[in-house]
Ligand binder design. Structure first.
Ligand code: NAD
Ligand code: DAU
Length: 333
């Protein structure tokens, strides 16, 4: 397969590119990425000289950039490119609407023009909104609560419309919270791990009782790979880690793994519109033959070790653009 991956310099995208070239040595990957603050070419440094890998610096919202990538005649497109951080979407939603809705639209148009055989939209469980009990399945209504989630839902609805109206061969993957190497340190696990490695406190929102379902990034890559090859056009697939935990419990686990006590927790104001709990029914993807392989504690230990051993990856990030963002958001914590 010749795959066009968008957003391949981000967290999940870079893990996915590496996964594909390892699991399918005959495949080729074209990576179209704008290199926003979250895109880091060093995430794929090891593949720079690999003849199977091609990087194109470009924006999914720009039809010229998109056409350049599609002129390589991909067999399938996997769209990871997005603005992804809920807190930033609360500070300024506009770029989320631009990339997550209009960018998805530009890609769908290109799929139609170039008659690309397959388009996989990487979406999120956040489009369903919050659920106190039970789990969302793929038929659950979309009730997004943050500007990020609403933008992703907008992208998903456009994908659905192209399938219904034009018969565009699309699939949607909605996963729960990923964690693992190369995650930008604005997200809770890498933020807390790197703060603790720096000897700083960790800012826990509200009462810390919000629940997230954690999925090791490699398990998500395996699911996306399977859905890409075996999924049915027009279908949606939920992918969850089946590992629900409160933020407080997660924080205490990280503290104990790093030999720190609870004085390192700083309870701070809650996120606006903070979703209480996410939970997915993943029977459909399991019926395709997928299951999460990573145990949560093993995955956490592995991730923590990765951040410990790769300070030269995250320290420059934390002293750049991120520093300004952090100060604005958290002050002196
Ligand atoms: P990320 O923020 O780490 O990376 C996003 C990547 O997209 C970056 O490389 C960035 O440069 C690129 N990008 C942004 N705007 C672009 C544009 N206009 N044109 C081209 N490239 C652009 O994101 P992530 O956490 O790896 O998430 C990847 C995808 O998975 C997103 O669509 C996100 O909504 C979805 N998702 C993420 C999670 C998670 O836990 N991280 C869970 C479910 C779904
Ligand atoms: O569920 C999938 C989603 O997971 C993806 O679609 C998003 O792209 C991804 O960012 C993630 O969204 P969350 O908002 O769940 O992730 P985040 O890491 O920002 O926060 C996880 C939980 O931790 C959430 O309940 C808020 C809390 N939190 C987060 C930060 C950054 C804190 O308590 N303190 C913090 O400083």
């Amino acid at each position: 397969m010749r795959l066009l991956v968008t957003g391949g310099c981000g967290f999940i995208g870079s893990n996915f590119v590496r996964w594909i070239l390892k699991e399918h040595p005959e495949d080729q990957v074209i990576n179209l990425d704008k290199l926003t603050y979250a895109g880091n070419p060093s995430n794929l440094k090891d593949l720079e000289d690999d003849p199977r890998y091609l990087f194109i610096h470009g924006d999914i919202c720009d039809p010229v950039d998109v056409d350049e990538a599609f002129s390589r005649d991909p067999d399938a497109v996997v769209n990871f490119a997005a603005e992804t951080h809920v807190d930033r979407s609360i500070m300024d939603p506009s770029v989320f609407i631009q990339t997550d809705i209009l960018g998805t639209f530009q890609l769908l148009e290109a799929v139609r023009r170039h008659q690309t055989p397959r388009f996989v939209q990487i979406s999120t469980d956040e489009v369903y909104g919050s659920i106190e009990r039970g789990s969302f399945d793929e038929e659950s209504p979309l009730r997004p609560n943050s500007p990020y989630a609403a933008s992703k839902a907008g992208g998903d609805l456009m994908v659905r419309a192209y399938f219904k109206t034009f018969g565009t061969p699309v699939l949607i993957v909605r996963s729960s919270n990923n964690y693992g190497p190369y995650q930008y340190p604005e997200k809770v696990i890498p933020l807390f791990v790197t703060n603790l490695l720096e000897g700083r406190k960790v800012p826990l929102y509200g009462d810390g009782m919000n629940v997230r379902d954690w999925l090791f990034v490699e398990d998500n890559c395996a699911a996306i790979d399977l859905i890409l090859r075996r999924g049915v056009d027009g279908e949606i697939y939920n992918v969850g880690g089946n590992r629900e935990i409160t933020n407080l419990e997660l924080t205490k686990t990280l503290l104990s793994l790093l030999d720190k006590d609870e004085t390192y927790i700083e309870f701070v104001d809650d996120r606006l519109g903070h979703d209480r709990r996410y939970s997915l029914n993943c029977e459909k993807v399991r019926n395709l033959g997928w299951e999460a392989r990573w145990d949560f504690l093993d995955g956490l230990r592995y991730t923590l070790e990765w951040y410990r051993e790769n300070e030269d990856w995250w320290r420059p990030i934390k002293s750049g653009e991120f520093k300004e963002y952090y100060l604005r958001k958290y002050g002196n914590i």
